[in-house]
Design a protein around this ligand. Structure first.
Ligand code: ZN
Length: 312
């Protein structure tokens, strides 16, 4: 026993300055470990909730471009994901602090009260998550899947195009910059080559031109009439097109869908970070971590009672 203690003492006193510094940093960071675990669990639950909302949108054929139902579906999705994040945070808290299945159970009086499973908590988490999502710059419709014949859920920046021609070299360079920064406007990937995607698609525009009255079509063909009308902000025909950055797989699926007149929805990355602020990614996490702060009041009680410490 004495020889073991002697060895430990020798071991502690023979630490190099670097090892002592590492130990000191480890000690300083130890209180942050429960926060880090709870943040990771909450973020996972929030992402799973947003993925479930997008899957439900896909099943119900509601896309980011669907009027009314698109934004409403996204709003409900954010509420669902935030409520899920709150519940995951509560379960994690209980597990970390000895009240859950994985922890060391202590005396009932010392355990935090199990307050998470109430309709009130679910509703408050959902409402708080929705409010934070909007305040942090989130767009509800972007939670729903992308419709390949419409502007995608990931779309951030685009540029005007003067017709159905392919993008010039200069515009392709600019589109490549958008693509590497923001990703494909339909699925969010930044891999592969960029395609200058006309929105609305060329076929839809040509179909609408064909459907125009003959007199208007003749007027559009007269020299400078189209240019002059556009300069005056009067569009003699369909909506002016714009270029959006798109990946090749989405371009191929889109060509097939538009050709056959079908609506095709695609999944996009859940927590996609684009060129602008992505602070809304944290809306669910902030909502979930409010359950961590409510734990602080019982900390002293836990130390005196059931708190045995975690693996950190
Ligand atoms: Zn894509």
């Amino acid at each position: 026993m004495d020889s073991g203690r002697h060895f430990q003492h020798r071991h502690a006193t023979h630490l190099t300055p670097l090892e002592r510094r590492i130990n000191a940093v480890g000690e300083a960071l130890r209180p942050l470990v429960p926060y880090a675990i709870q943040t990771a669990v909450t973020m996972g639950a929030y992402s799973a909730g947003l993925a479930a909302a997008q899957t439900l949108g896909m099943a119900a054929r509601v896309s980011c471009a669907t009027p009314v139902l698109g934004p409403v579906g996204g709003l409900l999705g954010v509420g669902l994901a935030s409520a899920l994040a709150g519940q995951a945070s509560l379960l994690c808290r209980e597990s970390l602090h000895g009240g859950g299945r994985g922890g060391t159970p202590g005396p009932a009086a010392a355990r935090p009260a199990r307050r998470g499973w109430s309709a009130e908590t679910l509703l408050v988490d959902a409402a708080l998550g929705i409010a934070l999502f909007k305040l942090m710059g989130g767009r509800f419709r972007s939670v729903m899947p992308s419709d390949l014949s419409r502007v995608g859920a990931i779309a951030l920046e685009s540029m005007p195009t003067r017709g159905i021609e392919y993008a010039s070299r200069g515009k392709r360079r600019e589109l490549f910059r958008f693509f590497k920064r923001d990703g494909c406007h339909h699925c969010g990937t930044r891999r592969g080559d960029v395609i200058g995607d006309h929105m609305p698609p060329n076929k839809l525009v040509l179909d609408r031109v064909e459907a125009m009255p003959a007199a208007l079509r003749t007027l559009r063909r007269l020299p400078f009439v189209k240019e002059a009308s556009e300069a005056l902000g009067v569009h003699l025909g369909p909506t002016p097109q714009r270029y959006y950055p798109q990946c090749q797989p989405c371009a191929l699926k889109q060509a097939s869908a538009v050709k056959h007149g079908k609506t095709r929805l695609v999944f996009h990355q859940i927590l996609h970070s684009g060129g602008r602020s992505s602070a809304w990614h944290w809306a669910g996490v902030v909502t979930g971590l409010r359950h961590h702060s409510s734990e602080a009041g019982t900390r002293g009680q836990r130390r005196a009672g059931s708190w045995k410490g975690g693996p950190w």
